[in-house]
Design a protein around this ligand. Structure first.
Ligand code: I22
Ligand code: ZN
Length: 189
């Protein structure tokens, strides 16, 4: 019998050989984020569950450091403030937990990275809609068929898998690549 680890590894490998197809979208997203940071904008990142963890991970690579010692870069995960998350969910709706901070903190010229394996999380969709109203470029880091976010975001990177865990594994590879591209493009690598 195939072990679970062997099964997961096979599924992971099968997916990862298909990711070359995303090269142009990943490069474009890296360019968009780098140009926004260069112009004084910031990156806002949001997602649920494992994607909340990815949001924090990616933002931390930029405010802290990824590969090399360099100046801090402006990035905020909208998933870390439990007081804001609980009060917005309690007083308004869970679907508003990211949109409201986007309206509070976002400025034209910023970039919003919305991470969702289904592409259908309502709170990420609302954040993207708020971003559009404010002149903030939205990038969806998605999975499955990209869901509703595929067309609602200005740019979409869709990992072609239906397994949430495998999609998340690809997302963090892409997230790390975006951080590396930002460092390269800003001459900080
Ligand atoms: O990490 C996992 C599963 O691997 C879960 O926590 C998962 O992120 C949650 O079910 C999320 O709520 C899924 O949301 P989304 O990716 O569809 O937007
Ligand atoms: Zn997970």
């Amino acid at each position: 019998m195939t072990s679970l680890f062997a099964f997961n590894l096979t599924e992971h490998r099968t997916l990862f050989v298909q990711l070359d197809a995303l090269e142009a979208e990943v490069e474009r997203a890296g360019e968009t984020i780098a140009r926004a940071l260069e112009a004084g904008g910031k990156l806002l990142v949001c997602g649920n569950g494992g994607s909340a963890a990815d949001s924090q991970h990616i933002a931390a690579e930029l405010t802290g450091r990824f590969i090399r010692d360099r100046r801090p870069l402006a990035a905020i995960a909208l998933t870390t403030d439990t007081s804001a998350l609980t009060s917005i969910a309690n007083d308004y709706a869970f679907d508003d937990v990211f949109a409201r901070p986007v309206r509070a903190l976002g400025r034209a010229g910023d970039v919003l990275l919305g991470i969702s394996t289904s592409g259908n999380s309502a709170n990420v969709l609302r954040a993207v809609d708020a971003a559009r109203e404010l002149g903030i470029t939205s990038i969806g880091l998605l999975g499955r068929d990209g869901g509703a976010l595929r067309t609602r975001c200005d740019q979409a990177i869709v990992v072609p898998s239906t397994t949430t865990a495998r999609i998340q594994e690809a997302h963090i590879l892409i997230g790390h690549t975006l951080c590396g591209l930002v460092e390269q493009k800003l001459g900080l690598a």
